[in-house]
Ligand binder design. Structure first.
Ligand code: ZN
Length: 323
């Protein structure tokens, strides 16, 4: 069972969908929009189960149809996800072919397309056709973490459902209930909106090592010492051999740089509160522009890592720039 039961974390969304379903007024096209980890895909499948469940208390999650949908085994419920970071034209053609078929099984058809911001313009235009001319009893659910990247022509033809992230303090409390210490919980809560993933990250010993490394590096930056490269090389966290570790490192470093910026602006409400005294004592040694420069550099590195660039080179380049 999921620790993060989306029925409680996305109660508003569930209510909207149930209400439309009960009134027989489900939209033919939905756009599920919200930050990563807000359970959009899970709720898309929940909606499919609602349409197919054989039980009177829908969706039961236990009947044959619910189980087939859960295991991606239902011929009328189709999920399309990016392959190598893009939704390819062939995937859309496949979808169109499926769309044209008469159903293998009686009942509605449900198409779930995840990360539609990763579609090419051509692919997006094809999707637009589906939405504009829906066949009866067909439901398309588009999912995105980046609403601002979606064509307005798509947005205007869908019912947009906003998924709100959990408040950070609820994630922190949840982690603390699971025996994660307060400072780790506060940092990990910034990395994800998903309770399951948050607990997984926080329970990994590695994350404490990465946090310690980020603190060490920030001390070097504040004290204008130039040992960052050596510290990184000698650290037991080998950032060079694992992209996931490197991503966590960059995210956590970004949080601490954001904290420097806050303290620089006389705001003491920071994520790394265990570092507040040290930062306050040393913040005058670094210029505001340098903090902003460092934040920009980290953001650029994060983007470049997404493009499969040489991570060793990228990290060294960043560390040199941070000094
Ligand atoms: Zn069922």
């Amino acid at each position: 069972m999921l620790i993060n039961d989306f029925k409680s974390t996305q109660l508003k969304v569930i209510k909207i969908l149930m209400n439309s379903y009960n009134k027989g007024r489900l939209a033919h096209a939905y756009l599920f929009e919200g930050e990563k980890g807000t359970k959009k895909k899970e709720i898309a499948f929940y909606l499919a189960k609602l349409l197919y469940c054989e039980d009177s208390d829908k969706p039961c999650g236990k009947c044959n149809n619910c189980l087939r949908i859960e295991h991606h085994n239902h011929p009328n419920v189709l999920l399309i996800e990016p392959e190598q970071n893009t939704i390819k034209k062939e995937q859309i053609i496949y979808l169109q072919q499926e769309y044209a078929k008469t159903t293998l099984e009686p009942g509605p058809k449900v198409y779930i397309i995840k990360d539609i911001d990763k579609m090419s313009i051509n692919a997006a235009n094809s999707i637009l056709k589906f939405i504009e001319e829906p066949l009866p009893d067909t439901y398309t659910i588009l999912i995105t973490d980046n609403l601002q990247q979606i064509l307005s022509t798509i947005i205007s033809r869908c019912q947009v459902i906003n998924f709100q992230p959990l408040p950070k303090n609820e994630i922190v409390e949840f982690l603390k209930q699971n025996e994660i210490n307060n400072s780790v919980a506060k940092i990990v809560a910034q990395l994800t909106n998903d309770l399951d993933i948050a607990l997984e990250i926080a329970s990994d010993e590695l994350i404490s090592d990465i946090i310690d490394l980020v603190i060490l590096i920030t001390h070097e930056i504040l004290q204008k010492r130039e040992d960052i490269l050596i510290i990184c090389e000698n650290s037991q966290v080998n950032l060079y051999n694992n992209r996931k570790k490197l991503e966590y490192f960059l995210d956590i470093l970004l949080i601490l740089m954001g904290d420097l910026k806050s303290v620089d602006n006389n705001n003491d409400n920071i994520v790394f509160d265990q570092e507040l005294i040290f930062i306050k004592e040393n913040i005058h040694k670094i210029k505001s522009e340098k903090i902003m420069f460092n934040i920009d550099e980290i953001l650029k590195t994060k983007i470049n890592i997404g493009y499969n660039a040489n991570t060793v080179l990228l990290l060294d380049h960043l560390l040199i720039n941070l000094m």
